[in-house]
Design a protein around this ligand. Structure first.
Ligand code: ADP
Ligand code: MG
Length: 505
């Protein structure tokens, strides 16, 4: 491959304005597929099924088989459309998108074309740096997923160089909603971060609606990122490239950034951008050409003759609208206010993706400050060290219980960290671990006084200094007492008692 020149990102932004357009596919978690009663593998978090077992004649495009629209998929699509601020079409239609590919047994995909179920929406997206954008949605339409090809024998997993290919139709016919934005202008240097935050917001919306598992690494959520540049001062958009199926949030940001730098170098050298799809390479952090793509891709779309138009009643639409959960952006604003966090404090929580954990911990009885401290502090540290998700280490209920034990004075922070390690190791609830390991703070003054008297007797010089008014000297005795109590004492109380005992004798 020819060496690819990249322009410095800041320099690229001086010369050009980036324009992005995002196409996001969301797999719906319906019980069955879009047009057939086959079980929907996207509904099974384990995806454990043997290849070609979750199929019917419809998924395989066998002659004589006919599609039937899945009502649950339609309702979930309408909910998603409403959550994206879209209008819902009183009548929308399926269309055939014709193309040959072995993972598409019918030789056409049933999709929607000029009559999508939802259109003209807007999504509020907040960046990690706190900037808020309104991303315009052109449409959200229903379609079916294709099967999955596995190319065997090559070094890259691509068809080039492979000896043979395997096809699994389990995914064929899984309900999808494709959400297409209008071209997004004005993000400037934030364009890569906006692309990432947008897809992450779509994920939050899908999760809050409960319509999809929405996991990028499993392909429940997939994004194609269109990028173009226009020279400063030019009205007309530049030619776009479409980077396909970037499969992590981080990669979306990197891919958009890479395309900006690559296109800028070409344009600045007097070259032209080819309108094409591009492949993202995770390992090298770069894109390579896919297939050329004209705006008028000739898929010979025509109305699907086997299906009636989808005509949801106004009552159904209003019922689904009334059942919508709070939008993620609005929820963030509300939580920030309820919790009384500063911008920075809230941003750290939001960026760490632990908003739900925090909310659940507060709901279970912890103060917002304590919940934040544990999740973004010790738990994040343990998660990092174990290379796991914080939410998989410990439950919000247990964190709340731990915070309450600290609040009640049963545990010091130091003891609480030991208890947390026990919880993470699966030893039980915080209270059970406190009981089993005898970790509670010794709050019985009698036991403390005995230890203090012993420590004072062992260090007569220190005792003399304290009596002389050199209060700092008490540190040595406090240290000895804490050690004798194996850290299970409240240091402030020990200090009080040390001064009391030293001056009493
Ligand atoms: P395609 O059939 O090529 O996938 P779509 O209409 O499904 O076309 O999606 C094209 C996406 O690219 C949309 O999000 C659209 O807003 C965006 N887009 C169109 N023109 C440009 C451009 N010049 N620069 C960046 N994005 C663009
Ligand atoms: Mg498209």
């Amino acid at each position: 491959m020819a060496r690819v020149e990249l322009m410095d990102f800041d320099r690229a932004l001086e010369l050009f304005e980036p324009v992005i357009g995002l196409e996001v596919h969301v797999e719906l978690n319906t019980a069955t597929k879009m047009f057939s009663p086959a079980p929907n593998p996207a509904n099974d978090a384990n995806h454990g099924a043997e290849p070609n077992t979750l199929v019917t004649p419809v998924c395989l495009g066998l002659p004589g088989s006919l599609p039937v629209v899945n009502g649950e998929a339609v309702r979930k699509s309408i909910s998603l459309g409403l959550a994206l601020g879209c209008e819902i079409a009183p009548s929308s239609r399926f269309a055939r998108k014709n193309y040959f590919y072995p993972d598409l047994a019918k030789n056409y995909q049933i999709s929607q074309y000029d009559e999508p179920i939802a259109f003209d929406g807007e999504v509020e997206v907040e960046l990690e740096n706190g900037r808020v954008f309104r991303v315009p949605i052109e449409r959200a339409h229903m379609e079916e997923d294709a099967g999955k090809l596995t190319h065997v024998g090559g070094s890259t997993g691509r068809i080039q160089g492979a000896e043979y290919s395997l096809v699994d139709y389990n995914r064929a016919g899984v309900p999808l909603v494709e959400i297409v934005t209008r071209p997004v202008v004005g993000a400037e240097a934030d364009a890569p971060a906006l692309a990432r935050a947008y897809v992450s917001t779509i994920r939050d919306i899908a999760l809050s609606l409960g319509i999809s598992e929405a996991r990028m690494e499993r392909g429940n959520l997939r994004c194609d990122a269109n990028v173009s540049l226009r020279p400063r001062g030019q009205e007309q958009f530049g030619t776009r490239t479409e980077t396909k199926n970037v499969n992590s949030f981080r990669s979306i940001e990197r891919a958009v950034r890479y395309e900006i730098q690559r296109q800028a170098a070409i344009l600045a050298a007097g070259g032209i951008i080819t309108q094409e799809t591009r492949h993202w390479h995770e390992d090298t952090g770069s894109t390579s050409p896919g297939r050329p793509k004209s705006d008028a891709d000739d898929y010979r779309y025509f109305p699907e003759p086997d299906l009636l138009p989808v005509v949801p009643s106004a009552e159904l639409i209003e019922e689904l609208r009334a059942a919508l959960p709070e939008a993620p952006a609005a929820r963030r604003r509300r939580l920030k206010q309820e919790w009384g966090f500063s911008d920075d404090e809230f941003q750290i929580v939001a960026n760490s993706g632990m908003l739900n954990e925090l909310a659940a911990t507060v709901a279970a009885g912890a103060t917002p400050a304590a919940a934040r401290k544990w999740w973004t502090g010790e738990i994040a540290r343990l998660a990092n060290a174990a290379d796991r998700d914080a939410s998989s280490l410990v439950s919000p209920t247990h964190v709340a219980e731990l915070a309450q034990l600290v609040e009640a004075g049963t545990l010091t922070d130091r003891l609480a960290r030991q208890v947390l390690e026990g919880v993470v190791a699966g030893e039980g609830s915080p209270q059970e671990i406190v009981d089993a390991r005898g970790l509670a703070v010794v709050s019985d003054d009698g036991a403390l006084v005995a230890a203090i008297d012993e420590a004072l007797a062992a260090q007569p010089d220190v005792l003399a200094k304290i009596r002389d008014g050199k209060v700092q000297a008490a540190g040595a005795v406090i240290g000895a007492v804490m050690k004798a109590m194996q850290g299970k004492a409240d240091a402030a109380r020990v200090r009080e008692l040390v001064l009391e005992r030293a001056n009493a004798e």
